[in-house]
Write a protein that binds this ligand. Structure first.
Ligand code: NI
Length: 190
């Protein structure tokens, strides 16, 4: 496994429309890429990553919402000089190859979104509250499932990456400019 470099705005590659994973590409290289993407995502840390975010213009994405694990002991951690505990989480890695969204709901839900390619910036985005997804797994098998809540939002966010769209592209021009200005400022300090 390897941690890959995550592309960040304004890298023009993030505007690429990714191409399908072809039948003869379901091989060990694809599995390796999925493993590396998951490791990169956990390291960042984040909950979703599309292949184009590591410079691979293929229609593949990984998601892990890392839900709380009620069976595990809370985790104690320390940052900025003070200690606190938070619930332990468990890993539930998901890989979607050639995903297609079906039946997006008319009713919308709003989540405060962030993106590993737009670090430190968060903004509310409205998306259909539920949808279905058709996708292939790493062996090329076809699946379909219904999504809701954070999973529906996260998958739609990652699907946007496959079309070269970032979550800040859903904001008004003014809000997007403010977000990019803030990012520029953060980078100057860093
Ligand atoms: Ni993103």
């Amino acid at each position: 496994m390897a941690i890959l470099e995550i592309l960040e705005v304004p890298d023009p590659r993030l505007k690429t429309v990714s191409t399908p994973v072809e039948a003869d590409e379901f091989n060990d290289d694809l599995k390796q890429l999925a493993d590396d993407m998951l490791e990169t995502m956990y390291d960042a840390p984040g909950i979703g990553l599309a292949a184009i975010q590591v410079g691979v213009p293929k229609r593949m994405l990984v998601i892990d919402l890392q839900p709380e694990d009620p069976d595990a002991d809370p985790v104690e951690c320390e940052h900025d000089g003070h200690k606190h505990t938070h619930p332990a989480t468990k890993k539930e890695p998901r890989v979607f190859v050639n995903p297609v969204i079906l039946d997006p709901a008319d009713d919308m839900s709003t989540f405060n979104e962030g993106c590993l390619s737009v670090p430190e910036i968060y903004a509310d985005v409205d998306r259909p509250a539920t949808c279905r997804v058709q996708y292939q797994d790493l062996d090329g098998n076809h699946h379909e499932e219904a999504l809701e809540g954070m999973m529906a939002t996260c998958l739609q966010h990652e699907m946007d990456h496959l079309e070269g769209i970032l979550f800040i592209d859903h904001l008004s021009r003014l809000k997007r400019q403010m977000a990019l200005k803030k990012l520029k400022k953060i980078r100057q300090v860093a």
